[in-house]
Design a protein around this ligand. Sequence first.
Ligand code: FAD
Length: 415
Amino acid sequence: MTVENIPNVRTCITPLEEDIKVYEQDRVGEIPDKKFFNKNRKKIDEDVVIVGSGPAGLMAAITAAKQEVPSILLVDENHLFGGQLIKQSHKFFGSEEEKAGTRGIDLAIELMEQVNSFKNIKSMLETTIIGCYNGKNNHKLIAVKRLTKGDQLYEINCKSVIFACGAMENMLAFPGNDLPGVYGAGGVQTLMNVYGVKPGKEVLMIGAGNVGLIVSYQLLQAGVSVNRVVEILPKIGGYNVHAAKLRRCGVPIFTSHSIKEVYGKGKVEGATVVAVNNSFKEIPGTEENVTCDTVCIAVGLTPSIRLLEQIGAKTEYIAEAGGHVAIHDSSMQTTVKGVFVAGDSSGIEEASTAMIEGQLAGISAALLLGYDKEAGKLKKKFRKALDGFRSGPFGLKPKTCKEKIACCWDGGINY
Ligand SMILES: Cc1cc2nc3c(=O)[nH]c(=O)nc-3n(C[C@H](O)[C@H](O)[C@H](O)COP(=O)(O)OP(=O)(O)OC[C@H]3O[C@@H](n4cnc5c(N)ncnc54)[C@H](O)[C@@H]3O)c2cc1C
């Protein structure tokens, strides 16, 4: 939306201010203040810059710091460190080493405390990397601190950069999908668990993957009624334990069902759901009216790779990754030397694997700059841990994703 005359602002992550002017925008925005870009830029030099402070970025910073890289900068556009973790009030699965049994919100604090204990890590919040360029021996990143105020432009030069930018929620096309009350499930989770705001009174959840199931349960915990969960596939995609918790609370899960439309005057007043056949085509006559004031869309995530594309990293569409991803080797280095990727940006997976990939990227970036404290041994350990996570039935998709990425690497790699 356009905020205070600044176009293309992501209002979902922009803090509200008294008398703030927010307008809908149905056009390509124009640069409002051309002088802004000519303002004095502050120049910064760093060894390693990490874009994104989710589990992948935090672990990348900690690992590079342990290798004694002299100057590391961790940048995030949010006003809190932790990425998705800051809204995850449930306990994590996985191995003990990757903090299974810990709540995401506690993990974010724990990792941030570790980051703060290293003198060689600096951090910048509310700072968005808006551009990146690949130089001969270094990389240049352009950052803006608090875009709505147009405060400060930074030019950051670094020897190595790790993109741990996470992912974006997918949307669905159906009549009424732009009515107030239609949300991405991650947005609802942020509203409830970060800001303590209920999205509505009665929710229809679309998607029975882990995100749809977990957010449905958290809605119930917040005192919001969940009418039902509908899932277009013939079976539930998330863990059974999450589905069982919902069913115990009386929330039905309708597989082979989808949303047909949402209706209401100026806001959501109800929705129509419909059964689908094996080819995902609507079955006429199965339409059902659902009373709700909120519709949550939990139909997957797409890796955030725009900066990686801009810096020239080779990307490919890989369905198992959730969309286009940067091709990378087993050290998480992309096709551009010194440019690394980790976490959901390298293929949608989990916080646990994002943490390990972050460690792998952090250690590899350090090694490239000549800092080596048992790096080879540690890399082996991290790769083994990733293989372990990707070995079970739920690991099949990410395993296939990484195998396909390896095949796209020119010359092939031993993944
Ligand atoms: C509802 C839900 C439940 C989940 N439950 C589990 C679970 O039980 N166990 C588990 O292991 N995983 C779980 N996950 C998955 C897990 O949260 C993600 O896989 C993980 O957070 C990915 O980590 P990341 O560091 O790659 O990205 P993120 O956590 O998304 O962090 C990316 C960060 O990058 C920042 N950023 C992006 N672009 C820029 C830019 N241009 N400039 C500056 N900063 C930028 C963002 O602000 C963000 O802070 C769950 C996810 C959801 C949505």
